[in-house]
Design a binder for this molecule. Structure first.
Ligand code: ATP
Ligand code: ZN
Length: 663
């Protein structure tokens, strides 16, 4: 038993889109763990909430013509309802845009400022001259400085996955209007993460949880810890103390939500949230592996710096894939929890079971409808459901009911062994092993009833057959208590069929070996329905069609332009009269081009292919009416045309005067 109440949290769903199966890999195991602890007699508080701030929500809201608040509320309610349908029961499901979180975030920032863990610095930030605004995070797209992949402002999401600090991204372009962004200086605030290297090393060695989280994080700590820029130029978010023009970075106020939601729960229940966060309260975070850095590095350092308690355990899941493809909404590799599952009438319990039992929590889970159906049919229908049904059906049909007898010792022992195996697995966050142990007990029951064959025995020795059924009923009771964390609806059904009138979740697992109340039994209903091949084919087809549609969308249709549109482009022949490298850039040259009536300064990304001095005297084709931009602090007014990977310059095939127009 734990010393005090245990707090369990789940990574916050972002209110930018609907719930998908990837999400459930955080929430279903979190919920299962909480239900399990309660069966063990622990006091647990289970909190979560929606994550409402940051640029993606602002961008989406702009696109949809709603406010960020409206968009957040819509998906907040969506997640809240979906979780209830999936049997995921939080004691509090708050919002990071709620009052409590604004307050707690600012209070923590103030503490960090007072303790000297936050400092200000002037940084170069992407700025869009067309939109007249700074371009935080996802407002900007460009090239990852680490791996060269296309990246967004705060993260190289398609390449190396590294977090990018403001100003780090190369060749930034405004995501809203497509203008090449320029760099402008701006004052921002930084969290001194580098000061927590030693603390984090010790913390990570001591914290409980899954090895995947700890080991990655230890690697990062030993590598290099950069200070984090924790402010953004945005209206939507939690205002940074003393600065109305800045909000904190979403990865600051999102985890602070864990505290704020605890406060909201505590206020509603006459409890003190400090019990959890200010002493040595026990705090367990459930997250997906993709947000390990934030929870194992950034968050504990913030808590420590602000003088709060730190997490006791961090449980990170492997990521969910679909049919061997990386999960991707844009490429169609996604299964929506409502549209593709619940709305079709598929039971939450099947999915909970599959997600928990399919593979170890820390491993990647490769979802497929066929594998899902196989599990349902072979394990739930053929083993678990079959055993429970045979037992209850026979007891009812033969008028045995629940006989006033004790179960055999070897049966009780078998149940105790299962409970011990489940405890061991759960202590190690090996949810699959825990579920497997329960299924092994069901398989044992199935074997036992098959071998003892009470339907034969009853003809020769009724008392012996009744004892077999009594033993089976004990196993059924144990299965109800033990499977409740995984499949709560199923467990409740079994509990009722055993003639109980209260809630199975209010009972301890240790009651699995207690005698049953003798009495009659009503005819049982079936627990699980087989997934038919046709049904699986339909589910697979929906997914396939979504992928195909996404592929079609991805292929841009050729857009034809009119001669007038072409005519808008002012193309002129010019002669390069000087060329020099731009300091600090390996790609760029500054050219002065004679256009007949004027001399133009043009920045061109051809430095890798030409010696500047060899270019002087060359005839080039220039787009002369391009909007001016400043690149690396140098103004560029126009562009020279070049072809292919080696930047072959376009040049007239006979001598032409500079300034000659191209028609
Ligand atoms: N494919 C996935 N596999 C496993 N866990 C996932 C997956 N996608 C999201 N999660 C987890 O779900 C929780 C909520 O994350 P979040 O709402 O940010 O998901 P998301 O779909 O990646 O959204 P977004 O791309 O809008 O940020 C987190 O704990 C996250 O780790
Ligand atoms: Zn712009």
């Amino acid at each position: 038993m734990s010393k005090g109440p245990i707090l369990v949290t789940c990574g916050l769903p972002y209110t930018n889109g609907p719930c998908h199966l990837g999400h459930l890999r955080t929430y279903v195991p979190g919920d299962m763990y909480v239900r399990y602890l309660r069966h063990r007699g622990e006091e647990v508080v289970f909190v979560c909430g929606s994550d409402n701030h940051g640029t993606p929500i602002v961008v989406s809201a702009e696109e949809q013509g709603v406010t960020p608040k409206e968009l957040s509320l819509k998906y907040h309610h969506h997640f809240e309802e979906t979780f209830i349908k999936m049997g995921i029961r939080f004691d509090r499901f708050g919002m990071t845009d709620g009052k409590a979180n604004h307050h707690r975030t600012r209070e923590m920032m103030q503490r960090l400022i007072d303790k000297g863990y936050i400092y200000s610095a002037t940084v170069s930030q992407s700025y869009c001259t067309t939109c007249s605004r700074f371009l935080p995070d996802r407002y900007v797209e460009g090239i990852c400085p680490h791996c060269g992949a296309v990246a967004r402002g705060d993260e190289c999401d398609q390449g190396c996955g590294k977090h990018l600090e403001p100003g780090e991204i190369r060749d930034p372009v405004c995501k809203v209007c497509g203008t090449r962004a320029e760099l402008r200086s701006q004052e921002h605030f930084f969290f001194k993460l580098s000061a927590f290297k030693e603390f984090l090393g010790t913390f990570l060695k001591g914290v409980r949880g899954t090895d995947n989280a700890k080991n990655y994080a230890l690697g990062w700590v030993n590598d290099d810890l950069h200070d984090w820029c924790i402010t953004r130029t945005l209206d939507w978010g939690v205002k940074f103390p003393g600065r109305d023009d800045l909000v904190v970075y979403v990865w600051v106020d999102a985890p602070v939500g864990y505290i704020a939601f605890t406060e909201e729960w505590a206020a509603a229940h006459g409890r003190d949230w400090r019990e959890f966060w200010c002493g040595d309260g026990e705090i367990t975070h459930f997250i997906g592996g993709d947000i390990t850095y934030h929870h194992c590095i950034f968050w504990p350092a913030l808590l420590k710096g602000a003088g709060y308690g730190v997490p006791s355990a961090i449980v990170a899941s492997g990521m969910l894939k679909i049919d061997d493809h990386k999960f991707s909404k844009s490429r169609g590799y996604v299964v929506w929890t409502n549209d593709d599952y619940l709305d079709l009438g598929l039971p939450a319990d099947y999915l909970r079971y599959y997600l928990l039992a399919y593979t170890s929590h820390t491993k990647e889970l490769n979802f497929s409808w066929q594998a899902f159906a196989d599990r349902v049919n072979n394990e739930l229908v053929n083993t678990f459901g079959n055993f429970v049904h045979r037992t209850l059906h026979f007891a009812h049909a033969q008028g045995i009911g629940i006989p006033d007898l004790d179960a055999d010792q070897e049966i009780l022992q078998r149940i105790d062994e299962t409970i011990a195996a489940v405890d061991t697995a759960m202590d190690a966050f090996e949810f699959k092993n825990a579920v497997d142990a329960v299924m092994t007990l069901a398989a044992f029951g199935n074997n036992y009833i098959q071998t003892a064959a009470p339907w034969k025995l009853i003809k020769t020795d009724r008392p012996a057959a009744v004892q077999v059924i009594r033993n089976c009923l004990q196993l059924v009771r144990a299965l109800a208590l033990l499977i409740d964390p995984t499949m709560p609806e199923t467990a409740s059904k079994i509990w009722m069929m055993l003639g109980e009138t209260d809630q199975v979740r209010d009972h301890r697992t240790s009651e699995a070996t207690e005698p049953l109340t003798a009495g009659e039994l009503a005819p049982p209903t079936t627990l699980f329905a087989r997934m038919e091949e046709k049904e699986v084919a339909t589910l697979e087809k929906t997914l396939m069609m979504r992928v195909e549609e996404a592929e079609k969308r991805g292929q841009p249709t050729e857009e034809l332009i009119s001669i007038d549109e072409f005519g808008k482009m002012k193309l002129i022949v010019g002669t390069v009269i000087s060329a020099e490298k731009i300091p600090k850039s390996s790609k760029l040259l500054k050219l002065i081009v004679d256009l007949g009536s004027e001399r133009r300064q043009i920045v061109s990304g051809i430095a890798k292919f030409y010696d500047p001095e060899h270019l002087v005297g060359s005839s080039v084709v220039v787009i002369a009416n391009l909007q001016p931009v400043t690149i690396f602090g140098v103004e560029s007014r126009g562009m020279i045309l070049a072809a292919g990977d080696n930047a072959a310059l376009l040049t007239p095939n006979q001598a032409v005067e500079p300034g000659t127009p191209i028609r």
